[in-house]
Design a protein around this ligand. Structure first.
Ligand code: MOS
Length: 696
């Protein structure tokens, strides 16, 4: 592959369409005879529906139907309990979608939903995660397929024998995915065929799930996701909106548009589980780790086991002869937690990178230096060398750019007026895996090329990145390449998730480009269209598994108001080593976006749970604050020029998630440095500082 387009900054191909409002999202396709669905949510936590009175709703102007378990089309059971919607009267958590009102207008559907009367037989519930919850058990595996526990050496002996020890427990609340575009679908049935315009992260898997649920051949289902306004993992596979819209459309025999409201997505679409994490670190007086232990407790629902892979980060980050990790989970009467940007690594790194800061304090070693001393070329988990690991280079370059050398390590040593200023650092890592994909490229007589792959651009810039990759693979300027993604009619490709999208899709695009060039005479357009289609399954399945990770170092400066306890972010700087960066423009926004989301986790977000009510009470962006521009005064992301030929065809590591990992710890560590007070449960807000020595 010749160098060329890759690495050149380029604006998003669809940028103009998006800012002028002509890019269509799932709810924006004009459809003749369309109707509107509005969901009704369960008003009890646990129990069963004993009666649904739809009389008033059906009498309301414009209402066509109330679809519920008593009248909904039947689904096949195979795709799993989370999508078993409107099929039985059981209620497993408050807010479960239990009916859809369909009407000729959105307003009429909404009005009708207020008029559905539901009676329940409700039982007692358990909804709050505690470290002694009687339901805690050891799951079979953790998300997606990692071992539940690991152990090497003898942790207890290593820990007991150490010169310096840290034993700390960290807690994180539930965090809710809030993509700009909520989960939304337009569904149409025509002669037994289903067409959906759906907001998701992967139309190939959504099509497969819908085909199974509705018991039709895959060829009878088409899923279009041309533009998607964010997902963060919450749209990682078929979710309730698409199933409810398809059910409702079949029931009323008309097209249905169904968008969940902002309030309706807090919980039932999946959220980041609350965690309780105990980390124990032991080291010699030089700060060299001798024993590491990370025990995670999290929650799942009554209907489906999902265990967040919280301690997995700790398995590969720093070396020590004695190590253990564990996960325990309990089933609560809550919605099923699910993926949220860097599931596992994000909350896990908050705990480990906070504990590393505590170890730095305990040993008197600078926290950047402590991490450098505990770097390893061998993955302690897999026992094999990393394909490339540039954590140390990220720490060094970050420290230099941030001005870390000037830092006085003593907490509370910097005061400006009524503000205490502090700085913190954390490491970051995220796996760089790839999965099989297929792609087709066509050479046209006019010298242009058409690239087709069912990739998804959830706002990341994936479309533009693949277009640049394709140009280099074809050895032509990008202007001669047209790219089509976001449609299940295109060659099958994996989900935009786990930071594997660009690596997986580009692999197929590059191989298709090579195959096509083999069919063409050098540089000469064909007389008629010539295509090449490849599938990378054989190639990827034959690959030896090696430890592959992107790395980063996060640096944060905060100021804490000693009068009010308010914490503000002065500046944040991240340096990342993530293989080849395809498009600096969109890569920068991915990294900055991840970092900002980590600041949000540390300082602003958090589900406030009321046990009596059995649900979160903050269900909107007024009461669930997400870090906004005004909260981030200065944020910068840089990357190293990293080449790693063992990764994948394009040499990329994935950048969607590494930016959030470690970010919350860097903020928390900065708050400690500013105030001398260690807050171990997120978010760190003023009420947790009031009454402590922080404000003295
Ligand atoms: Mo990401 S949480 O893998 O979409």
């Amino acid at each position: 592959m010749s160098a060329g387009a890759i690495g050149q900054a380029h604006p998003r191909l669809e940028g103009r369409a998006k800012v002028t409002g002509t890019a269509r999202y799932a709810m924006e396709y004009p459809v003749d005879g369309v109707t509107y669905g509005w969901v009704v949510q369960a008003a009890v936590v646990r129990g069963r529906i004993t009666h649904i009175d739809t009389t008033e709703a059906l009498a309301s102007p414009g209402v066509l139907a109330v679809v519920h378990h008593g009248n909904a089309p039947r689904l096949a059971t195979t795709p799993g309990p989370n999508l078993w919607l409107l099929q039985d009267p059981a209620v497993h958590y408050r807010g479960q979608y239990v009916a859809v009102v369909v009407a000729t207008t959105l307003e009429a559907a909404r009005e009708g939903a207020q008029l559905v009367r539901i009676e329940y037989d409700a039982g007692p519930h358990s909804t709050v995660l505690t470290d002694d919850h009687p339901g805690l058990y050891k799951p079979d595996h953790v998300n997606p397929a990692y071992p539940t526990d690991t152990a090497e050496g003898d942790f207890d002996a290593g820990y007991a024998a150490a010169q310096v020890r840290v034993d700390a427990t960290y807690q994180t609340p539930a965090y809710h995915n809030n993509p700009m575009e909520p989960h939304a679908t337009t569904a149409q049935w025509t002669d037994g065929r289903l067409l959906v315009h759906d907001s998701n992260q992967g139309a190939t898997s959504v099509r497969a799930t819908l085909a199974e649920l509705f018991d039709v051949p895959r060829e009878s289902v088409r899923v279009i996701a041309e533009h998607v306004g964010g997902g963060f993992g919450s749209k990682g596979y078929a979710k309730p909106a698409v199933v409810l819209a398809a059910l409702a459309a079949r029931h009323v025999d008309r097209p249905v548009k169904l968008a969940l409201t902002r309030q309706q997505i807090f919980g039932p679409i999946g959220y980041r589980t609350p965690t309780i994490q105990r980390v124990r670190l032991a080291a010699d007086t030089d700060g060299r780790l001798t024993a590491i232990s990370h025990d995670s407790i999290s929650q799942t629902s009554q209907i489906l086991e999902y265990t967040e892979s919280v301690a997995v980060y700790t398995r590969s980050m720093y070396a020590a002869p004695h190590r253990r990790t564990s996960h325990r989970v309990t089933r609560l009467d809550v919605p099923t937690p699910f993926w949220m940007r860097a599931p596992g690594e994000c909350p896990g790194a908050y705990a480990l990178e906070s504990a590393m800061d505590e170890l730095a304090v305990a040993t008197g070693i600078d926290p950047v230096e402590l991490r450098i001393r505990n770097d390893t070329e061998i993955d302690p988990d897999q026992g094999a060398p990393f394909t490339s690991r540039n954590l140390v280079a990220c720490l060094r370059e970050g420290a230099q750019r941030f001005g870390w050398a000037d830092r006085n390590p003593t907490p509370r040593s910097r005061r400006e007026g009524r503000f205490l200023i502090g700085s913190g650092v954390a490491g970051s890592a995220y796996p760089s895996e790839s999965v099989p994909a297929s792609a087709r490229i066509t050479a046209r007589p006019d010298g242009s090329f058409l690239v087709q792959i069912n990739a998804t651009d959830i706002g990341t810039g994936a479309r533009t990145a693949l277009w640049l990759v394709a140009a280099d693979a074809l050895q032509v300027p990008p202007e001669r390449v047209e790219i089509r993604i976001g449609d299940s009619e295109l060659p099958a490709a994996p989900v935009a998730g786990a930071s594997m999208g660009t690596s997986s899709w580009s692999w197929a695009v590059i191989r298709a480009g090579e195959a096509l060039r083999g069919k063409l005479r050098d540089g000469v357009p064909p007389d008629a269209e010539v295509s090449a289609e490849v599938d990378t399954s054989d190639e990827l399945n034959a690959q030896a598994k090696k430890p592959k990770f992107a790395y980063g170092a996060q640096f944060v400066e905060v100021r804490v108001d000693t009068t009010t306890g308010e914490i503000r972010l002065n500046r944040m700087l991240g340096v990342f080593a993530a293989g080849r960066i395809v498009n600096p423009t969109t890569a920068r926004s991915q990294l900055i976006g991840g970092m900002t989301m980590g600041v949000s986790m540390a300082l602003h977000e958090g589900g406030l749970f009321d046990e009596r009510y059995g649900d979160w009470v903050n269900h909107d962006l007024g009461t669930y604050h997400i870090t906004a521009c005004a909260d981030v005064e200065s944020i910068e992301a840089y990357w190293l020029d990293e080449r790693d030929d063992e990764l994948n065809a394009a040499g990329v590591k994935g950048i969607g998630e590494v930016g959030i990992v470690g970010a919350a710890a860097a903020v928390a560590n900065a708050v400690y440095h500013a105030t001398g007070v260690r807050i171990r449960d997120l978010p760190i807000q003023l009420d947790k500082l009031i009454g402590t020595s922080a404000l003295a």
